[in-house]
Ligand binder design. Structure first.
Ligand code: ADP
Ligand code: MG
Length: 240
């Protein structure tokens, strides 16, 4: 579903991704962990061209999205992203937030976008808030709306960049619960998170990034019980 080949990313003098090779299979749940500044966000932003690699190739669902003239809008439609900051439109209702992109970007008829939008809101437990404004919702609820909004684009891949990091502790679990539910439905997921319980429960594979490289990877059992690298051990000892 995603294939990165020798991907490098420079920001001026900073070499943020160093020859990254990574393959994500259809339906796979990949969890990305690593210290702050190690390149996790840049890595997943290269998967939907929010960042363009300085060199290397990124192929998504058979399309080389790094090729000149790649269909950027189509890529963004099939690879949805949920951010740490939910970025809902404050002056639009919950339902309008969830239906805007399908209507404006994909040309979905309003009625159809609302029907599927309400179904996704129900999935995240917020159908009853369809007419509310973001400011009337808690952080956890806003993030669940952001997930419903991403789903309403019917993406093939969902990218999550620390989706619970900005939440008050008591709201983390309701968002993780939605993500666990989602993981049981065959969608390909790449999740940057420090929630190790989630990683153990959901991940098919965990990768550990350090200084722009994938230092270690493996199924969560291996990863948490018997990490190979000193850097991984040190990182886990600090967060577990
Ligand atoms: P992580 O998500 O693991 O914390 P990031 O991918 O956000 O790491 O950042 C990796 C490095 O790249 C950091 O040193 C960060 O400061 C730098 N960086 C990220 N985005 C930009 C940018 N747009 N311009 C300049 N430097 C950036
Ligand atoms: Mg980040």
């Amino acid at each position: 579903m995603i294939k990165m080949e020798k991907v490098n990313k420079h920001f001026g003098p900073l070499h943020v991704l160093v020859d990254v090779d990574l393959t994500v299979k259809p339906g796979e749940k990949l969890v990305v962990i690593g210290p702050s500044g190690s390149g996790k966000s840049t890595l997943i932003r290269c998967m939907n061209l929010l960042e363009r690699p300085s060199s290397g190739r990124v192929v998504v669902d058979g399309v080389d999205i790094t090729a000149p003239g790649a269909p950027l809008t189509k890529v963004r439609q099939s690879v949805a992203m949920v951010f740490q900051q939910f970025n809902l439109y404050p002056h639009k209702t919950v339902l309008e937030n969830v239906t805007m992109a399908p209507i404006l970007v994909k040309g979905v008829p309003k009625e159809a976008a609302e029907a599927s939008g309400l179904a996704y809101l129900e999935r995240v437990g917020l159908k009853h808030k369809a007419g509310a404004y973001p400011s009337q919702l808690s952080g956890g609820q806003q993030q669940r709306v952001a997930i419903a909004r991403a789903l309403n684009m019917h993406p093939k891949i969902m990218l999550f960049d620390e989706p619970t990091s900005a939440l008050d502790p008591e709201m983390v679990q309701e968002v993780l619960d939605v993500m666990v539910g989602l993981s049981q439905e065959g969608i390909t997921m790449v999740v940057v998170t420090h929630e190790m319980g989630f990683a153990r429960e959901v991940a098919d594979r965990v990768i550990f990034m350090d200084s722009g490289q994938i230092l270690e990877e493996g199924p969560p059992e291996h990863f948490f019980e018997a990490p190979t690298h000193e850097r991984t051990k040190l990182f886990l000892s600090r967060i577990l």
